[in-house]
Design a protein around this ligand. Structure first.
Ligand SMILES: Cc1ncc(C[n+]2csc(CCOP(=O)(O)OP(=O)(O)O)c2C)c(N)n1
Ligand SMILES: [Mg+2]
Length: 591
């Protein structure tokens, strides 16, 4: 007779105690780097509650179960946790409806390349009484879609339905291996209740994620590195473009070394989703526009410039470096490059540094030193000008997006973490935050509004000793289902401060409408569809979630309110400071 599959194993696999499949599932999660399972209740999900409580009681590996009250927030929280921990996080939600409630956070997981394990139960389908976990309630007939994985398939690297012939621990390790191998991304598994409840004989054996191993990008060919070094050394107007090289913190260090060696300015767009380069460094933001550069080193970027009017000249040399440089997850892409290098930004920066060091002549070095002096001056001017503009607004008593960004920046400690979910005011948040440490600045990496509330909670859970600030437009704040996020932040003692730029409008439907139809009817009817005046009282929303809230309408109230908000979060009370600022179609005090 063939022995049960749990007895057929490889000698190098790990062993852990388990009485049923759910025990193996949670053990493999924890051994694969998952510390938190963001959990939203469902009738078929009791196996998770039982398996995790049992594992903690017996001293077996299992993530912490984090009670959540909305799936969209649960997934965004997992994204936030994965983003700062550089490890996977997991979610558990109810059948197809919970999966649908993940909402646009699925898009963010995919576009932002987050290594999350999304899980869902499935409606039981075994005949009533035929096995443990079989159907027993009328609703379960309604819960079965044709193919549950199809809901998320085009937003995942892999999806799976856990079936009786699987080794459950192996499948979780495998999904985590795929999620964590670069380019990273989300994976999905649906778990029938009957499967989760299948018996195991007291132990289970499976390979952990690390036993399987993670793939990482290769070192670049030295000849390619030499070619890039040559272009950069000889360039008159070189520039580095990046939006997300800083996902790998080594890349930040290597980019600084390379930029300093050759006096290369480093440019980001406002959609940069990581701290890629210290924002106060003379090389940061001081570069030429892409169209004026003669050599471009693109490092982990999706849209460094707009093709057409923003594109580099036909004679410019372009080296494009990324784990997936031709952007195979993006469909219509019309960028060109002289060299496409599928390698890590950190490795290429190091290799180019090495190659350039051997090439530099005395005359190169003096040319580069002159450029460095010019960039240093430019940076000083840029900072002085940004400060002067904010201070002038303050002198005139103006409360606007710039002033809010400026005051917020002044309040930050060096290790304060900023999640920037602001749109028309996002540039102010980014430029005045002046973050210098890796892992202190984030955007979602996607085009979906509403990431920040859940993500801020997930970040604070993983980084309890750092202040966490969620800067957001009022529209995106509402997309983020903030009430369940604020509730979770208070309940789990992972409090963050949301700072809302309240302009009662969406720039898409106001300035966007005016731009598309400058003489049209739409703007004549008060931008209907683009405004929501008067906006909700977000301070009261914070109170409804057991948090602290303030509405700010006068400049004199601003700094004390922000200080009080932060102080509350340090005492584990989430805070919302909602600041009234002019909308994109109103006079902001400055053209
Ligand atoms: C889930 C989702 N719905 C709609 C959009 C389209 N959209 C892009 S920007 C934007 C306006 C955002 O408004 P707000 O957060 O208030 O920022 P503001 O434009 O006022 O600066 C909208 C609606 C989106 N990106 N995501
Ligand atoms: Mg708005």
């Amino acid at each position: 007779m063939i022995p049960p599959q749990e007895h057929i194993t490889e000698a190098w696999w790990s062993e852990t105690g388990a009485e049923e499949w759910s025990d193996a599932i949670v053990a493999a999660m924890k051994l694969g780097g998952v510390d938190h399972l963001f959990f939203v209740s469902g009738s078929e999900l009791t196996f998770y509650q039982e398996a995790i409580a049992k594992a903690h009681a017996k001293g077996r590996p299992a993530p912490h179960l984090v009670t959540m009250t909305h799936e969209h927030v649960a997934l965004n929280a997992a994204l936030g946790s994965a983003m700062v921990r550089n490890q996977p996080a997991a979610t558990a939600v109810h059948v197809d409806v919970g999966t649908l409630h993940y909402g646009a956070a699925i898009h963010t997981a995919w576009r932002g390349g987050y290594p999350v394990l999304m899980t869902a139960g499935t409606g039981p389908r075994a005949f009533p009484g035929s096995m443990r976990g079989a159907r027993g309630s009328s609703v379960q007939w309604i819960q079965e879609p044709r193919d549950q994985g199809e809901i998320v398939r085009q937003y995942t690297k892999m999806d799976h339905r856990m079936e009786h012939e699987d080794n459950p621990g192996l499948m979780i390790s495998r999904l985590l291996q795929v999620a964590m191998s670069k380019p990273r991304g989300p994976v999905y598994v649906s778990i029938p209740q009957e499967t989760a409840m299948l018996p195991l004989p007291g132990t289970t054996r499976f390979p952990t994620r690390d036993q399987l191993g993670l793939a990482r990008p290769v070192w670049p060919d030295p000849a390619d590195a030499r070619q890039i070094a040559k272009w950069l050394v000889q360039a008159d107007n070189p520039v580095i473009y990046t939006t997300r090289a800083g996902r790998d913190t080594d890349a930040v260090v290597e980019l600084v070394r390379l930029a300093e060696l050759l006096a290369l300015p480093v440019m980001e767009s406002t959609s940069a989703d990581r701290l890629n380069f210290p924002m106060t460094h003379w090389a940061y933001g001081t570069g030429p526009a892409a169209k004026d550069a003669d050599v471009l080193l693109v490092m982990e970027d999706v849209v460094p410039f707009t093709p057409g009017h923003g594109a580099p000249s036909a004679t410019a040399k372009i080296a494009w470096v990324a784990i997936d440089p031709v952007l195979s997850r993006y469909k219509t892409v019309e960028f060109r490059a002289d060299l496409w290098l599928p390698a890590s930004a950190a490795a290429v920066a190091r290799a180019v540094h090495e190659a350039a060091t051997g090439l530099l002549t005395h005359s190169d070095m003096s040319r580069i030193a002159d450029r460095r002096t010019r960039l240093e001056h430019r940076k000083q001017e840029m900072i002085a000008q940004a400060d002067a503009l904010a201070q002038e607004d303050i002198r005139h008593g103006r409360l606007n997006g710039r002033v809010l960004g400026y005051e917020l920046g002044k309040l930050m400690r060096p290790d304060t973490i900023v999640l920037n979910d602001a749109l028309s005011n996002g540039g102010f948040v980014q430029s005045y935050a002046r973050r210098t440490q890796s892992g202190t600045y984030f955007r979602s990496g996607s085009s979906s509004g509403g990431w920040g509330s859940g993500a801020s909670f997930g970040v604070k859970l993983a980084r309890p000793d750092q202040d966490v600030i969620h800067a957001t437009g009022d529209g995106y704040f509402m997309f983020g289902t903030p009430l369940p996020a604020l509730w979770a932040a208070g309940h789990h003692k992972a409090a963050y401060m949301a700072v809302v730029f309240v302009n009662g409008s969406y720039s898409t439907g106001t300035s966007g409408l005016r731009h598309a139809y400058p003489e049209g009817y739409g703007i004549g009817v008060d931008y209907a569809g683009g405004t929501f005046e008067p906006p909700p009282n977000f301070a009261k929303l914070a109170e409804a979630a057991n948090g602290y809230g303030e509405q700010v309408t006068e400049l004199s109230q601003l700094v004390p309110a922000l200080q009080r908000g932060l102080e509350h979060t340090r005492n584990h009370i989430p805070a919302v400071i909602a600041v009234r600022v002019p909308g994109p179609v109103q006079d902001s005090g400055r053209a």
